[in-house]
Design a protein around this ligand. Structure first.
Ligand SMILES: Cc1cc2nc3c(=O)[nH]c(=O)nc-3n(C[C@H](O)[C@H](O)[C@H](O)COP(=O)(O)OP(=O)(O)OC[C@H]3O[C@@H](n4cnc5c(N)ncnc54)[C@H](O)[C@@H]3O)c2cc1C
Length: 301
């Protein structure tokens, strides 16, 4: 369960108390505000606050006094131009604050993105809940044989069952010992020490605030097929939110970042030779085996 009935009641209460404002409002984002979008087995992402919309990006780019909008088409064209030419600072004028509940091993990857503001639930002060990420059987794979940093084939049903049994058993045992360690009528170990006994699939929570430029950078890396599944599902959920918040910016991002590729000078040279009808091969390309494979991947799509 991602949120308890009590937490849902608090969310509903917030959504039932609309405020009036003179600030820019994105209708698409208003529909998301406060709601928990379930991710993995106990996690979620929810929007706590946001600033700006597509028009705010254009307003900043034009450094205008009023709305700065000439027409919706102009706004979309300008946003696409800015994205295409890496004129990134206008995108920094929009911000989003998220509440995220995620397993600790996902949080370790996420926290590498340094350009955000974070406040995490304190396991020195509070007791962590007995909630552990257990992968669904269709996400339990063997080590990949082609990519050291990835998963390969699915495990057999018997091995999958053994993996889950071990994960569940270890999590339960660790949490039982955690409770014994912190029990005030027993050992009474400090929470800041007892937490070291908890496995990395326990859930943590944080508030995470970031501007749109840096959020798109995060999404480019983490909604990508090379990212680990467990962080990718969070990035995918956030992509859906961003598409509703700033639809022009998100479309431009899909076209010029997510769907785009970077070619090296050697790749461009090979492409030019190919367009002239020359038979370019791995051997005469001047590229390493790995770069050639990536080049082929780009051409095959
Ligand atoms: C598929 C994948 C595999 C990865 N594998 C590994 C791994 O094996 N080991 C590992 O340690 N990490 C790994 N990472 C993490 C990766 O190296 C980055 O730390 C992470 O993606 C954050 O990227 P970032 O630094 O661009 O983001 P942010 O920290 O959000 O920074 C955004 C941008 O701001 C600028 N910036 C921020 N801080 C500085 C600074 N101090 N100096 C200069 N410029 C700065 C840079 O331009 C940076 O790109 C992996 C990431 C991915 C997506």
């Amino acid at each position: 369960m991602s949120v308890t009935p009590e937490q849902q009641a608090e969310i509903d209460e917030l959504r039932n108390q609309p405020n009036q404002t003179l600030r820019a409002v994105s209708e698409g984002m208003e529909a998301h505000l406060y709601k928990a979008i379930p991710v993995l087995d106990h996690g979620f992402v929810r929007v706590i606050d946001y600033m700006g919309d597509d028009a705010a990006i254009c307003q900043a780019a034009r450094v205008s006094y009023g709305k700065g909008t000439k027409s919706v088409q102009n706004d979309e064209g300008l946003i696409r131009y800015l994205m295409r030419h890496w004129h990134s600072t206008p995108f920094e004028m929009c911000e989003i604050k998220l509440h995220v509940k995620l397993p600790v091993f996902v949080a370790r990857q996420w926290i590498r993105h340094r350009t955000a503001n974070v406040n995490e639930y304190s396991a020195r002060y509070s007791i962590l809940d007995r909630e552990f990420y257990m992968p669904a059987p269709e996400h339990i794979n063997a080590q990949s044989v082609v990519n050291n940093q990835g998963r390969g084939e699915l495990l057999s049903p018997e091995d999958t069952a053994r993996v889950l049994e071990m994960l569940k058993g270890d999590a339960a045992r660790c949490y039982d010992n955690y409770q014994t360690l912190i029990d005030e009528d027993g050992i009474g170990l400090a929470r800041e020490l007892a937490r070291m006994n908890l496995p990395a699939n326990i859930y943590t929570q944080w508030y995470w605030k970031v501007d749109l430029h840096n959020l798109l950078h995060f999404l480019r890396l983490r909604a990508d097929a090379h990212a680990q599944y467990e962080i990718r599902v969070y990035a995918d959920a956030i992509c859906n939110v961003v598409a509703d918040w700033v639809p022009f910016a998100f479309k431009a991002f899909e076209d010029y970042r997510m769907g785009a590729v970077t070619m090296s000078a050697q790749m461009m040279e090979c492409l030019r030779r190919m367009l002239k009808g020359e038979a370019v091969t791995k051997e005469n390309s001047g590229m390493s085996v790995r770069e050639w494979r990536e080049f082929e991947g780009v051409l095959e799509g």
